[in-house]
Every structure is written in C-alpha cells, then in structure tokens.
Ligand binder design. Sequence first.
Ligand SMILES: Nc1nc2c(ncn2[C@@H]2O[C@H](COP(=O)(O)OP(=O)(O)O)[C@@H](O)[C@H]2O)c(=O)[nH]1
Ligand SMILES: [Mg+2]
Length: 265
Amino acid sequence: MSDTKVSASHLVLIPSYNPGPQVYETVNAARAQWAPVWVVVDGSTDGTAANLQDMAANDPQLKVLVLPANGGKGAAVLHGLNLAAQQGFTHALTMDSDGQHPADLIPAFMAASQQTPDAMGREVMVLGKPVFDADAPALRVQGRKISNGWANLETLWAGIGDSLYGFRVYPIEPLRRVMRGQRWMRRFDFDPEAVVRLCWRGVRPINLPAPVKYLRADEGGVSHFNYLRDNTLLTWMHLRLMLGFLLRLPLLLVRRLNTHRSNTP
Ligand SMILES: Nc1nc2c(ncn2[C@@H]2O[C@H](COP(=O)(O)OP(=O)(O)O)[C@@H](O)[C@H]2O)c(=O)[nH]1
Ligand SMILES: [Mg+2]
C-alpha cells in the first residue's frame, strides 16, 4: 500500500448493514487509498462483522466498530463521528459498504476538503455528483430528481448538486451539531437532511462527479432501500425541511443577496 495517504485529520467512514461479501473488497479498496478507514457494522447478521474484525486485527489502520443492534445508516455514521471527534479528526469521508462507490476517488475528495475553509472563511463539504451507469434503476434515478428539487428549494439554490449520494466529505463538528439537535436523520433520511441542514449553517457545497455502480444480484449487489418505507421517510423529511426552510427564509434571502453581490463586479 505504498501510495496510501495517511491522515490525522481526515478519515474514511463506512457504515455497513448486511452488505454481503462485497464489503471486503470495498474495505480493501478504501484502505489501498487511505488511512485510517473505519467501518461501523450496524447490527449486521450476515457474518461480515467477524471477518471484518479479523481483517482489522492484522491492520492497525483499519478499525471496525460493531453496533449490537441495527440503528440505521445515519445512526451508524454518527456513532463513528463521535469517536472520530474524540480522537481529533475534523473531517470524514463517508462511503457505502456495498461496492457501489468509487474508492479510487477518495484522495481527490479529501484533497478538495483539505482546502477548507474557503476564501470567504466558510467550511466546505465535498459532495459526490453521481455519474450513473446503464444498469442504474430508472426509478431511483428519476426519484432523486424530486429529492434534488426539494433540497435546492429548501436551500434557495445554495449549490447542492445531488442530495442523496452518500460519497461525501463532511466537516465533523458541524454535522455532529446538526444531528444532536435532531432525532431524525438516523436512517435513509441522513444524506439529504445532512446537506440541507449543513447548507443552512453556512457550510458551502463543492460538487465533484463520481461514478455509482449498480451491481446485479449475481455480482453481489444488495440494497436495503425499500420503495414504500423509504420514500415515505423521505417525504416526511422534506416536509420537516420545508418547515425549517420557511422559518429561515429571511436569513437565507439575505445570504443569497450577499453572495449575489459579492459575485457581481
Ligand atoms: N439500508 C440500510 N443501510 C445501512 C444501514 N446501516 C448502515 N447502512 C449502510 O448504508 C449504505 C446504503 O445502504 P444501501 O442499502 O446500499 O442503499 P442504496 O445504495 O441506496 O440502495 C450501505 O453502506 C449500508 O451498508 C441500515 O440500517 N439500513
Ligand atoms: Mg447501496
């Protein structure tokens, strides 16, 4: 792993729930690019926890945190962020455990985040903008346009390229603060609510294109996205975000006018 970048401020955080054997390749691919890598096993029952722990026993830069019961993606990420903050990390790149996200782009995403804060003194978050392959389910691709439309309205077009893609670098403290003030954001509502609320706090999005792979079941592809349950969750999430948006509308308008002014010669 001679090209592996080692960081004391930025870590890779992989929430993982019953991903099947695909997770081992994902973790190895992430470790080839970066150190440290932490996996949060979210109450998995597919036997991956024990194997990941064996991998970690031979690799000081791989940590495996095992949660006894399933709490959801957001809860798993928050668990990792709390420990990372205690250990002095300031930024976390989150990626899925199931082989869908491009590990080879970890260094570029981290580099974009390491320029923080930006010229205007604002913290940034680096968001993957999905480049879909031909196998991407049309319903998921179209569905996210709806979520993106809402997220852009809720932030007055502050620059969120994609609201749902989980391949991102977050500033840890602002995200922990957002999550502490919220009992939601613990499941599939984590990714979109995180970007919207971080935008509201003045964190600026940087969007970088990143391919998403949709693996067929025979290639080890698994998804726990449930159309009815999770679209209901996302609809309720946009309802509460719209409420938050209306409360913050004056602030967002002033901010929007200021950025417009500073961009106009
Ligand atoms: N669905 C789901 N994913 C979880 C949970 N906890 C952690 N994750 C991880 O969150 C990521 C996204 O989940 P996935 O089912 O692949 O969703 P999809 O990629 O949107 O179809 C994966 O890395 C999961 O392993 C959970 O409780 N439910
Ligand atoms: Mg997935």
